[in-house]
Design a protein around this ligand. Structure first.
Ligand code: GN1
Ligand code: MG
Length: 381
């Protein structure tokens, strides 16, 4: 898209959300693999309003209207618990004239909800306040304080939603952390091998096959009723938290798109996967679990959740880290085999390298499972 037409489109979207004025600055925010976000500053002749304008990936989120309803219910529920919440601790979604927190465009013009979201000419946008003086972390860069604060943030988020009725939410992505389903889908893709790429990743495919039984651990526990279903975030990367850039105080959790029924150990485990390690998501050569960072995250998370979790849930936390890591390896590799249709990539083999890095990390987590369990016992005591 030409940049001037992007500016026009962003201006048009702001108008739909009743934000008049001229766009002074706009830039793409290169964070996340799914949605597309822009920072936008609008001047209305008196003041500048800073916004985050996001285009939802409707190939991934196929029912975006229901997803926005989920987000509204969750944010309202949390807001009701914290009556004195400062503005910069809230995600404040803008509304259109007909009170919707989203706008749907077809061929560039606003339209109603009755559209096919798989139609290429249809786009789904939302706008919320940009949180000033905030920062987020793509990696923790070895800083335990970032992990401790992240643990506190996601622990608090899980605690605030501990009595939220999961039945009120639709599954924004069905089978999202259903690892058994994920692996079944993955092996079906391997069988089909639509682009003939499977031959280059035999080794990775075999590692996933070898651990299929382990991958089903949490699913079996859910079936047996051993772990309670909660409302969880399900994508707890540190770049989904905005921190105060001076004090590291976690201000707000973003990317609530995958908030839906889930397990506490998904939220615990996904941050361990993403940030309690020594490399970025696509760097298999230098990837290792970092137990000091893992301990720091555990301290933060359990400072909020220790009294909420059952003994079985406490026990599932370390398993969650390994299962989520293996599951994501299968998702990255499956997407590579399918031609990179789901996760945004910056270079051709990135999804393959992401899968390789996750498998290295998974191996290291399995090798240190007892250490992780020991840390959780010590911190939770
Ligand atoms: C995606 O959009 P982003 O980058 O926050 C993905 C997560 C993966 C993550 C891996 C909706 O999250 O499930 O764990 O990439 N989100 C979705 O980095 O699939
Ligand atoms: Mg994100």
């Amino acid at each position: 898209m030409k940049s001037d037409s992007l500016k026009e489109k962003l201006t048009y979207i702001c108008r739909q959300f009743r934000i008049p004025g001229e766009i002074l600055v706009y830039r793409w925010i290169p964070s996340g693999h799914i949605n597309t976000a822009y920072y936008v500053a609008v001047y209305n002749g008196k003041e500048v309003t800073q916004l985050l304008v996001q285009k939802i990936n409707t190939y991934v989120f196929r029912e975006p209207v229901g997803m926005m309803r989920n987000i509204e219910r969750i944010t309202e529920y949390i807001r009701a618990q914290e009556r004195t919440m400062e503005k910069r601790r809230r995600l404040h979604f803008r509304h259109t004239e007909d009170r919707k927190n989203y706008v749907i465009l077809k061929d560039g013009a606003a339209t109603g909800d009755d559209v096919d979201f798989q139609d290429e000419s249809v786009e789904f946008w939302r706008v919320y306040n940009f949180i000033e003086c905030s920062t987020s972390f793509e990696t923790a860069d070895g800083d335990p304080e970032v992990l401790r604060m992240s643990g506190k943030a996601f622990g608090r988020f899980n605690r605030q939603l501990k009595d939220f009725d999961a039945g009120q939410l639709m599954e924004s992505i069905p089978h999202f952390h259903d690892t058994v389903y994920r692996l079944r889908t993955f092996f079906a893709t391997v069988e089909k091998d639509p682009l003939g790429r499977a031959a280059d990743c035999r080794q990775e495919i075999e590692v996933i096959r070898k651990h299929s039984e382990f991958a089903g651990t949490l699913c079996r526990q859910i079936e047996a009723g051993a772990l309670p279903i909660r409302v969880t975030h399900n994508d707890t990367k540190t770049n989904n938290i905005l921190f105060d850039k001076d004090t590291l105080d976690p201000l707000v959790i973003i990317d609530l798109d995958t908030c839906m029924p889930g397990l506490a150990c998904y939220d615990f485990g996904d941050t361990i996967r993403f940030a309690a390690c020594t490399a970025e998501e696509d760097q298999p050569e230098s990837m290792k679990l970092d137990l000091a960072l893992m301990r720091a995250y555990t301290e933060g998370y359990l400072s909020e959740m220790k009294d909420v979790l059952s003994a079985a849930e406490m026990d599932s936390l370390s398993t969650g880290a390994a299962v989520i890591t293996l599951e994501l390896a299968s998702r990255f590799l499956g997407d590579y085999l399918e031609g990179d249709r789901y996760f945004r990539i910056d270079y051709p083999e990135q999804n393959l390298r992401r899968a390789q890095a996750q498998l290295v990390l998974f191996g290291d987590m399995m090798a240190h499972m007892d250490d992780m369990k020991q840390i959780i016992r010590e911190v939770g005591a």
